[in-house]
Write a protein that binds this ligand. Structure first.
Ligand code: HGY
Ligand code: MN
Ligand code: MN
Length: 425
């Protein structure tokens, strides 16, 4: 059979997605495998078993990134695919998992066909992509790419107070392979879109052009606890009111800016969190994103001005802690073209679009020509147990990954002169 005619086995891929999805199952069709928890360990053990069973050479690095390599007929940097297998607490079974298991499906398809590629192939999963327990997000691939030192990363403290290095050791995934990792020949990540664009336009494949900028901060408002019944409104220094006002103003700001601007207050704790006590303290997060760096900077500055305004008028203090800040990233046009060309060759409708979500690919783009393949999310839903992508679309995405990786592994489609064309910040 010609290599171009090879196709994945969708039943095998969906069976693995279901089996991994059952690890940390939340019982409602979703799963929760927060980074470096026992459930994350169980998911890691399962995927490493599959990698080993495929005869791949598996390595674990100092931050727990796992890279499995299938030898090529020649040595040299591998064509890498992958993603993450940690999830948010209300995770679905496709976010991240599809990119890793899609990569294993590519390898198993080649194994079954007895095809050995010129360049080695690698399938990776990166530690703590979600960042919801240990910020920032894409932490493992950030360390892999050399943009965050291993020392700093190991000392990151979780929302539950645990130290990252301690948790990594506890689950047995603090490996010997040094970071930064080897620069792949190229990197390509299959991922669900997690938004409504492909479904709305009736397209099957997204040739992802890049990733929008991400700004995460944690704000702590310090007011004064007081009696909910006896304290006149003019006497109050209500941290709960200030937090709520900032959430409303963030929403208003995104609405007023329009276009790609989004704003989210996703985590909020009040203290003492009692029905009859004016809150003395509020700790909450603000997630701002935009595809244009200058607009993201404007949103940050404008919100900060409004935070000062609200705090002054309520007589409370505010401190803020940066949790994550990534500028927008453009993917290498040669990879974007390759994804689009491969999808068309396979007869799939395709659209170019930026990613609203952060991904490990944006970190690998610092090291090598990188890009992504999107498949539609039903209802645009993600980070929700209802996250769903049809088997037909999963199959289409995995076949585009197969075709693109084969071309990268066999030819000089990149006419690669060793430089990354993409401008990653
Ligand atoms: O937050 C994100 O965009 C990704 O899911 N970590
Ligand atoms: Mn993801
Ligand atoms: Mn996610």
């Amino acid at each position: 059979m010609q290599r171009h005619d090879l196709r994945v086995d969708i039943d095998r891929l969906t069976a693995r997605l279901d089996e991994l999805g059952a690890v940390g199952s939340t019982g409602d069709g979703g799963c929760a495998r927060l980074a470096l928890t026992d459930d994350d360990r169980a998911g890691r053990d399962l995927v490493v078993t599959w990698m080993t069973d495929l005869g791949m050479d598996v390595s674990v690095d100092e931050i727990g990134n796992v890279v499995a390599v299938r030898a090529g007929s020649e040595d040299g940097p591998p064509v890498m695919c992958g993603s993450h297998i940690d999830t948010v607490a209300t995770g679905g079974i496709y976010d991240g998992n599809l990119g890793v298991l899609g990569g294993l499906e590519v390898v198993e398809t080649l194994e079954s066909a007895g095809v050995v590629t010129k360049r080695p192939l690698a399938v990776a999963f990166f530690t703590d992509e979600e960042g919801s327990r240990f910020a920032p997000d894409m932490l493992g691939s950030l360390v892999y790419s050399g943009a965050l030192s291993i020392e700093e990363a190991l000392d990151v403290v979780a929302t539950d107070g645990a130290r990252l290095g301690d948790e990594l050791g506890r689950i047995g995934y603090q490996g010997p392979t040094p970071c930064p990792g080897i620069a792949p020949y190229a990197y390509i990540e299959l991922h669900i879109e997690q938004g409504p664009v492909l479904e709305t336009h009736g397209e099957t494949i997204g040739a992802v052009t890049g990733v929008q900028g991400i700004s995460w901060q944690e704000l702590t408002i310090q007011g004064q606890s007081n009696h909910a019944g006896t304290t006149p409104m003019s006497y109050r220094h209500d941290a709960g009111f200030v937090a709520a006002s900032i959430a409303v103003r963030a929403r208003e700001l995104a609405r007023r800016m329009g276009a790609d601007q989004v704003a989210t207050v996703g985590r909020l704790q009040l203290s003492p969190n009692l029905v009859n006590v004016v809150a003395s303290k509020a700790t909450f997060t603000v997630d701002l994103r935009n595809t244009v760096e200058k607009l993201l900077q404007y949103a940050e500055a404008e919100l900060s001005r409004q935070v000062d305004e609200v705090c002054r008028s309520e007589g409370v203090s505010c401190s803020s802690r940066r949790l994550a800040r990534f500028e927008p990233v453009e993917f290498d046009s040669r990879i974007v073209d390759l994804v689009e060309r491969t999808a068309s060759r396979l007869g799939h409708s395709t659209r170019r679009l930026p990613s609203g979500a952060g991904h490990d690919a944006q970190m690998l783009a610092r090291m090598c020509p990188s890009g992504m393949v999107f498949v539609p999310s039903v209802g645009g839903i993600s980070h929700n147990p209802k996250e769903f992508t049809s088997a037909e679309h999963l199959e289409a995405g995995a076949n585009v990954l197969l075709g693109a990786m084969l071309e990268l592994a066999e030819s000089d489609v990149l006419h690669f002169d060793g430089e990354c064309e993409a401008v990653a910040h």
